[in-house]
Design a protein around this ligand. Structure first.
Ligand code: RIB
Length: 294
């Protein structure tokens, strides 16, 4: 089924450091690279490389044309991506010698998607289309309200997590894809299985996917509980692993797969992603995973 992704598009300025900078400290970076990124961008790429049909809705400045070209090169529909005077969003990313990162995002054009672009994209939805949302654009609340009433399945990756998300009509979400800190903020619980139980109880119609990095992923829907271990990988850069997981999981589920094989494939794709630098460049193509060259 086609997936319409209202998603961020970022320039990722990635700095390689021995260890992540602490408050008040100045450290010398060992290297710097520019990559395409943004949670929305990465998830669209992961969906497309997993074999899904994707339409991306978003906004960039003139400096972001190459990012839109990159989406098109993946076979992603970009007619609903707007251009404006505000520069493209960007992220400052530190990656340490263990592949761990921290990310500072500046919204830029991602926060200026026009109301009319959002309304048009929502009006163009077919009943069978899935809608994907993260929280790096200004579209989240408006899309949730319009699409919630239309009834299309909404997949929400509430990242970055903000208290204002709790005011949205979350009961209309079909699938939450969350990491542990997002799960804690949404549920008020700390322990992963309690996070799942609490959210499954609060949103009884939703599927809850909780990603736990190198501990794999948990799943809840009604009384069903699943646990899938992570695949072993030598991490070089964990940036984009969660986006890769989300794209692969949604591609599988929207194509009619059961949750268990979808989780297993998503964990495999995420493990591949962490072995290469950069977010979107390291997202595997399905053929790489199918052939075992992951
Ligand atoms: O999830 C990784 C992404 O988060 C990066 O590509 C960066 O742009 C931020 O949006």
């Amino acid at each position: 089924m086609p997936i319409v992704n209202f998603g961020s598009i970022n320039l990722d300025f990635v700095y390689r450091v021995e260890r992540l900078v602490r408050p008040g400290e100045t450290v010398q970076a060992m290297g710097q690279e520019l990559f395409s990124g943004g949670k929305g961008f990465n998830q669209s790429v992961a969906l497309a490389r997993a074999g899904a049909s994707v339409r991306h809705v978003g906004r960039v400045g003139e400096d972001g044309r190459w990012l839109v070209d990159a989406l098109e090169a993946e076979g992603i529909q970009t007619d609903a991506v707007e251009y404006g005077n505000t520069p493209t969003g960007h992220a400052i990313i530190q990656v340490d010698s263990q592949g761990e990162n921290n990310i500072l995002v500046y919204g830029g054009a991602n926060l200026e998607i026009t109301t009319s672009a959002i309304e048009q994209a929502c009006a163009a939805l077919e009943n069978s289309d899935w809608v994907l949302l993260q929280n790096e654009t200004n579209a989240t609340a408006q899309v949730m309200r319009i699409v919630g009433e239309r009834g299309n399945p909404i997949v929400l990756n509430p990242s970055p997590m903000e208290a204002s998300l709790l005011d949205l009509p979350l009961a209309s979400v079909h699938t939450f894809i969350i990491n542990r800190s997002e799960g804690e903020a949404l549920s008020g619980e700390r322990e992963p299985k309690r996070i799942l139980d609490r959210l499954a109880q609060r949103y009884p119609r939703a599927s809850i996917v909780l990603t736990l990095g190198d501990r794999g992923a948990l799943f809840a829907r009604e009384n069903l509980r699943l646990e899938v271990p992570a695949e072993r990988a030598d991490a070089v850069d964990t940036t984009g692993a969660g986006d890769t997981f989300a794209g692969y999981f949604l591609a599988e589920i929207s194509a009619g797969s059961e949750p268990l094989p979808a989780l297993q494939l998503a964990c495999r794709a995420a493990a591949h992603c962490v072995t290469q630098p950069g977010a979107s460049p390291s997202i595997p193509h399905r053929a790489q995973l199918d052939s075992g060259h992951a």
